[in-house]
Ligand binder design. Structure first.
Ligand SMILES: Cc1cc2nc3c(=O)[nH]c(=O)nc-3n(C[C@H](O)[C@H](O)[C@H](O)COP(=O)(O)OP(=O)(O)OC[C@H]3O[C@@H](n4cnc5c(N)ncnc54)[C@H](O)[C@@H]3O)c2cc1C
Length: 512
């Protein structure tokens, strides 16, 4: 027995590196979410959640299960322009959020490189921005959120109420329940423009020195040409940016609106941005990409130590300025590999993994470096150090690329590094236990057993990294198929749901 076949859809990872087929439900109301969970429970199928679908790998996939797509639950529920506290539904995107609040002088405190991320996805991954080293991840700015548990109960979580769930569900990748609404403290801004300074850096040494001298900047990010070997390895461009202080901008109303933040629809006055990927596609291939990178670096030298004013959205969402740029990587798609490395080891590790990539003929086409600080969330990916996000085309050599990633894992783990599940496609369970620690993994799985004793919530990522295939739901599904009798809805207080102690249920979420 299965849900209607008309619900079946192919769901692709953002990086197009994997796909799965799921029964997709797109509720617009809270009761719609309950209905979808009831359906899943009735058919004995696990449930995965999807926000904007911007995770590079399998974080929102749930093969042959139910996929709850929350992107239609996208309302701003309340906004106080005096305090900057906003309450939004889980499917509200960062893009719709900043457009709603900017006229009143507010901006999301933490944003990712794309604005198409939803609040639910942002909390579940605990996203970081180019200001992570002083602003922390988005979780640091969440006042409270509501989460719908597998039992049908909704819990409000904050630092003082249900705090264990607060620190675990933020960064918990949808494995504890459905986040339905979020209260966020926004950042006050006095202009829609940032003052941006550019630096051309000649090698890894200059990269780290420039990050260090600009440690008080509001944002800092580096583009690294990872194709460059030898003496100039690590060369690239760095941009450090600062918000303008109160009174610095004599006409803040001119930039504090979404029109002033937007970019023209065309590049050079004629090429539609939506078509840029077709031009990019012509430059795919290691040799051509090396030439592009070298040209970009050379052009960037002219910018060295120049300053300019740039709209906040344009600076933060550079990747959105070429819609569908990932299509340039078709047909194979791409993966991103983003290690987070303590500062004392970062330079050596970044040098080693980029050199190893070149040696194994998988040079990363794009390298982006950021500065980070630790945070208090249970499944944290952050360290007091740096991350380097590397984009790899998959092409025809998937196996050797995966081998390379596993070899790089060793280098990163031996240096005390961590990984970010939103960007991951290749990690294995042992690696996760090494960087999170066995105790932390057990703590998370214990909480999951208590909140979700039947392992209702699963994704391809959770199966790959934590196990959990043999859930009670799966057993129940087998029994259902044998008896062709559907069980009762799980919040209808069925005897099985209430009499069994979840702690004693060793079958749920155990490794297969
Ligand atoms: C071009 C690009 C640039 C990026 N830049 C950055 C960056 O700078 N910093 C950064 O941190 N990340 C970055 N990311 C990654 C992105 O921010 C995360 O993958 C984020 O989680 C995506 O949000 P989403 O709404 O698309 O969620 P999805 O990708 O759909 O889902 C992400 C996770 O959240 C879970 N989830 C979704 N909604 C809910 C919900 N309502 N309740 C519970 N769980 C839920 C899903 O099950 C999944 O595990 C980037 C991604 C792209 C494509």
């Amino acid at each position: 027995m299965n849900p209607p076949a008309a619900r079946l859809e192919r769901v692709e990872a953002w990086g197009m590196s994997s796909a799965s087929v799921s029964y997709v439900y797109r509720p617009t109301t809270f009761s719609g979410i309950l209905d979808a969970l009831e359906t899943a429970r009735a058919y004995g199928l696990p449930v995965g959640m999807k926000g904007g679908g911007n995770s590079y790998g399998d974080a929102f996939q749930n093969s042959e299960g139910v996929l709850l797509d929350l992107s239609r639950m996208d309302r701003v529920l309340s906004f106080d322009p005096h305090t900057g506290v906003v309450r939004g539904e889980a499917g509200l995107t960062i893009r719709d959020l900043w457009r709603h609040v900017i006229d009143d002088g507010w901006w999301p405190p933490v944003v990712s490189g794309t604005s198409h991320v939803t609040l639910g996805g942002a909390l579940s991954a605990n996203i970081h921005g180019k200001n992570n080293y002083h602003a922390g991840p988005i979780g640091d700015h969440v006042r409270r959120f509501d989460i719908l548990l597998a039992s049908g109960e909704t819990r409000t979580c904050s630092r003082s109420e249900n705090s264990e769930t607060f620190y675990a569900a933020i960064g918990g990748f949808g494995l504890l329940g459905v986040i339905t609404a979020v209260d966020l403290q926004l950042k006050r801004v006095f202009s829609g423009l940032l003052e941006v300074q550019a630096f051309s850096v000649a090698d890894w040494h200059e990269v780290f020195a420039t990050f260090d001298t600009n440690r008080r900047a509001d944002y800092i990010v580096a583009w690294i040409d990872c194709m460059k070997a030898g003496r100039g390895a690590g060369h690239g461009l760095i941009h450090a940016a600062n918000h303008r202080k109160r009174g610095d901008d004599p006409h803040p109303e001119e930039s504090l609106n979404s029109r002033a933040q937007g970019q023209p629809d065309t590049v050079l006055g004629w090429l539609p941005r939506s078509q840029m990927y077709k031009i990019m596609r012509r430059f795919m291939g290691a040799r051509r990409m090396a030439l592009i990178n070298a040209a970009k670096f050379k052009a960037g030298k002219r910018e060295h130590e120049t300053r300019k004013m740039q709209p906040i959205a344009e600076f933060n969402f550079l990747l959105d300025s070429a819609p569908n740029w990932k299509w340039a990587y078709k047909p194979g798609g791409l993966i991103q590999y983003q290690p987070f490395v303590p500062q004392e080891n970062a330079r050596r590790v970044f040098d080693e993994i980029t050199a190893l990539s070149r040696d194994r003929r998988h040079p990363p086409y794009l390298g982006v470096m950021k500065r980070h600080r630790p945070d208090p969330f249970l499944l944290s990916h952050a360290v007091d150090g740096y991350s380097l996000a590397l984009d790899y085309p998959i092409g025809r050599s998937r196996e050797s690329l995966w081998d390379l990633c596993h070899a790089m894992d060793e280098i990163v783990l031996n240096a005390g590094g961590r990984f970010y599940f939103a960007k991951d496609s290749t990690l294995d369970r042992a690696a996760v236990r090494r960087f999170l620690g066995e105790g932390t993994v057990q703590q998370f799985l214990d909480l999951k057993r208590r909140l979700d004793p039947e392992s209702l919530f699963q994704t391809e990522l959770s199966k790959r990294l934590f196990g959990g295939l043999r859930s009670k739901l799966a057993r129940q599904r087998m029994e259902t198929q044998e008896n062709t009798r559907l069980p009762r809805p799980f919040w209808a207080k069925s005897p099985t749901a209430t009499t069994e102690s979840p702690e004693n249920d060793v079958s749920s979420f155990q490794e297969d």
